[in-house]
Design a protein around this ligand. Structure first.
Ligand SMILES: NC(=O)C1=CN([C@@H]2O[C@H](COP(=O)(O)OP(=O)(O)OC[C@H]3O[C@@H](n4cnc5c(N)ncnc54)[C@H](OP(=O)(O)O)[C@@H]3O)[C@@H](O)[C@H]2O)C=CC1
Ligand SMILES: CC(=O)C(=O)O
Ligand SMILES: [Mg+2]
Length: 757
């Protein structure tokens, strides 16, 4: 992150709509956590069994945290009067943002959350609606409610409710911007007591931000607040209210431009484009510019840099360095508050979060964290004043700081005793799915590759290729007829003009002759004539694309949308071999309920022998390492360590013996049943088992078992399954499932590019 770099927006409007519409409309669903399969389940979950916890909770309300979702459930509540910086567009239009906030709660901090859009602008009616919802939730996150109503609403609800009520746009934003500011002051050698700040935007976010900055030590007279009418000066009567007046200062400045002359810091919590070039020019040296309006900042970093190379610039967006956005706060602040069952989120907890966040940015970035930064290792400095939302350290540091502050200030109803256990619990809450893909994407962006999308005439393939390029993952070659691809793209509204996106028609290629020769050299002793090979290259895009990769005209290929997996695999194997000394296998990555397991072989070996099973284990463990996991390999069977006896299990046992002799450098054991491999309690029944924890690489006894198991996981277990990924091929090709959607194709293309090294 040494230089100013903008990579987005990496999507089109149509993609944003499709993202929300595809599959189940919207971004979240509710999943039961208890079985509901039998008459007994039903009688426990519902009448009559449910009466037992009902009576207990009636006697002791604290037990609601033990027997219901309350302790981990936060409501994101709005009336849609200040949706991002888009203004008052009403509660219904705000729903995508609120669903998004709920998903972020879950994704980043494993807090369950539901969005509630309340159809009233009347603060009394709003308060009355929300105040009675206390029993349902462990916390209330108010969102995108405009000032000044938000101040009234929040303070009334805080008085009325005994759970944390937190207006994210006020305090979340204040915490993050203060954290960023502390670091920016440090970098520019400033003292908060002598720094002069101008805040444009005197609404929810603006007022809360300057309140926290003042609480951290900036003198009130050093802070000038502006709104649409200019400076909030002492004596102004137009467009003010008690919250603005509380920050009015004696100053001759009347406009934002006048206020900014010689100022050190600009906080933008207003609207797109509010900071002009002339205003920026007039600021003090090393100006600190936090242009935080969403989705478009008060000034873009490119514009700001062009005018003031000495500026430290932050925005609310994820596609520039220094993202000052409340997403860095609310998931973790609520996590900490919920974990100690805090009655409120007080000033001390906010300051603790801000300081912890500021500290984190100053620390060295360890290896496993560098991936969250697109493979770069940022150093505390002008383009890295605050961690990014994907930084995995956030979950283990911010909630702890908040929980400790809650305990120190006496608002924790359930203090934490074992901090180490708590930290481990926090780390385990991270969603591994995003971690895995994020890591792959980061590595691919480091070294963008040229990927062939073989079925280039298919709409979802064109969309995937465009998205692959737009996300900075590399360049894409669509195979197919130019006019056909352009017509499909035009009808679907996909922009093909982006640099790095090209079309290649096999029939018109100057390379067909070379490709056919290459294929013939490989296949002439396998019953193919030169003309067979020429036809395959001319008419079959899998052969053409794979040969492009084989001869170095591209780095990787993705195919499979229109053909069966095995057909594509056969095509590819005409052209490519396994890496020398390696075995080609299929590995599926299953992400389910916070766990990631690799399953092999899910594509190639039908009924592997003991030797083949051992080789599959070696290959799968190697792949697990490449993905950043420490492999713990279980050789799966229907039996566990010899019971019950059977020929199918014997092969697995034999494979373990072979691995022993090979002296491999990873953990493995078996044969064992899947539940023993995955459940530590069951594994503990076999104290001699050599795995140090639940297995994360599962070697299946046969292809049919692997295929059935992964598909059942996907359909019944609601697991996300990526793959089968082809591993061990000399040049990278990935095959997507028949009919795959654009996102799956992009993921597989990224894996192919990743495999290109
Ligand atoms: N990066 C982040 O994490 C966050 C960013 N924000 C951004 O902050 C902005 C404000 O949000 P919020 O406080 O919730 O909204 P509010 O509706 O509560 O307040 C908006 C404030 O902005 C002022 N304003 C609007 N346009 C201008 C302008 N061109 N020049 C000066 N002042 C202007 C309004 O002035 P007046 O009072 O005169 O009407 C009002 O004081 C939004 O763009 C939002 O996206 C908000 C929260 C988090
Ligand atoms: C980020 C956010 O909450 C906002 O812009 O409103
Ligand atoms: Mg908001």
């Amino acid at each position: 992150m040494s230089e100013e770099k903008k990579t987005g927006p990496s999507f089109t409007e149509q993609e944003a709509l499709l993202f929300h519409a595809q599959g189940r409309p919207g971004k979240l669903e509710v999943m039961p956590t208890k079985p509901m399969a039998t008459q007994r389940d039903l009688s426990l979950a519902y009448s009559p069994g449910v009466a037992v916890p009902v009576r207990r909770i009636a006697e002791d309300p604290a037990l609601a945290f033990e027997y219901t979702t309350r302790g981990n459930m936060v409501a994101v509540i709005t009336n849609g009067t200040a949706i991002l910086g888009l203004g008052n567009l009403g509660p219904l239009a705000s729903k995508p943002v609120m669903e998004g906030k709920s998903v972020l709660f879950k994704r980043f901090a494993d807090v369950d959350s539901i969005d509630l859009e309340v159809d009233t602008e009347d603060p009394d009616a709003f308060v009355n609606c929300v105040r009675f919802l206390g029993p349902s939730f462990g916390g209330i996150n108010l969102e995108d409610i405009k000032a000044p109503e938000c101040f009234i609403i929040e303070s009334r609800l805080r008085e009325l409710m005994d759970i944390p009520v937190f207006h994210d746009d006020q305090h979340g934003t204040a915490i993050i911007s203060t954290a960023g500011l502390l670091n920016a002051l440090h970098l520019t050698g400033r003292d908060i007591r002598t720094t002069r700040l101008v805040c444009n935007g005197a609404g929810a976010a603006g007022i809360a931000c300057i309140e926290l900055v003042k609480a951290m030590g900036m003198p009130a007279e050093n802070v000038t607040l502006c709104d649409t009418k200019g400076v909030v000066y002492k004596g102004r009567t137009a467009g003010v209210n008690q919250w603005k007046s509380a920050h009015a200062v004696e100053t001759p400045a009347r406009s934002l431009a006048e206020a900014l002359e010689g100022a050190d810091v600009f906080f933008g919590l207003s609207a797109k484009g509010a900071l002009t070039a002339d205003m920026l020019r007039s600021m003090n040296q090393d100006p600190i510019i936090f242009a935080m309006a969403n989705p478009d900042p008060e000034i873009t970093p490119e514009e700001a840099r062009a005018i003031r190379a000495d500026a430290i610039v932050a925005t609310g967006r994820s596609d520039y360095p220094n993202q000052v956005n409340n997403v860095l706060g609310f998931p973790y602040i609520f996590r900490g508050a919920l974990d100690v069952r805090a009655t409120t989120i007080n000033e001390e907890m906010k300051i603790a979060a801000a300081e912890a966040l500021a500290r984190l940015a100053r620390e060295d970035v360890p290896d496993e964290v560098a991936d969250a930064y697109r493979g770069q290792r940022p150093r505390f400095g002008r383009n890295y004043i605050i961690p990014v939302p994907f930084d995995p350290r956030l979950i283990s540091t911010i909630p702890e700081a908040v929980a400790r502050a809650a305990m120190a200030t006496g608002v924790a109803r359930r203090p934490i005793v074992d901090w180490e256990a708590y930290r481990n619990q926090l780390s385990a809450r991270r969603d591994p799915a995003a971690g895995t893909l994020q890591r792959i994407f980061a590595k691919v962006r480091e070294k963008p590759r040229r990927v062939v999308f073989a079925e280039g005439e298919e709409e979802q393939v064109i969309r995937a290729a465009a998205s692959f390029v737009a996300q900075g993952l590399g360049s894409a070659v669509l195979l197919g007829r130019d006019d056909q691809i352009r017509a499909t793209a035009a009808a679907a509204g996909i922009d093909l003009s982006r640099e790095g996106l090209s079309i290649q028609n096999a029939r018109l290629s100057t390379r067909t002759r070379d490709y056919a020769d290459h294929l013939y050299a490989r296949l002439q002793r396998r019953g193919f004539l030169q003309r067979d090979c020429a036809r395959m290259i001319n008419t079959d895009r899998n052969h053409f694309g794979a040969t492009m990769v084989a001869l170095g005209d591209a780095d990787a290929m993705v195919s499979g949308v229109t053909r069966n997996y095995s057909v594509v695999l056969d095509d590819v194997r005409h052209v490519l071999d396994p890496k020398p000394g390696q075995r080609m296998i299929g590995v599926s990555i299953a992400l389910c309920r916070g766990r990631t397991v690799l399953i092999a072989d899910t594509a190639v070996h039908d009924m592997p022998s003991a030797e083949e099973l051992a080789a599959i284990a070696v290959q799968a463990a190697r792949f697990a390492r490449r993905l950043g996991y420490t492999p713990r390999v279980a050789m799966l069977a229907y039996s566990t360590f010899g019971h019950p006896e059977g020929e199918r299990s014997a092969r697995l046992r034999e494979a373990v013996g072979l691995l022993d002799r090979m002296r491999v450098d990873f953990e493995y054991d078996g044969e064992m049943a899947a539940d023993v491999a995955l459940d530590p309690r069951k594994m503990a029944l076999y104290p001699f088992c050599r795995l140090t924890g639940p297995a994360n690489v599962l070697i299946m006894p046969a292809f049919h078992a692997a295929s059935i198991a992964t598909k059942m996981l996907q359909e019944l277990g609601a697991a996300t399954v990526i793959g089968p990924l082809l591993v061990g091929l000399d040049k990278p090709v990935q095959i997507v499932p028949l009919g795959a959607r654009d996102t799956d194709i992009v993921n597989m293309a990224a894996f192919a590019a990743f495999d290109a090294g």
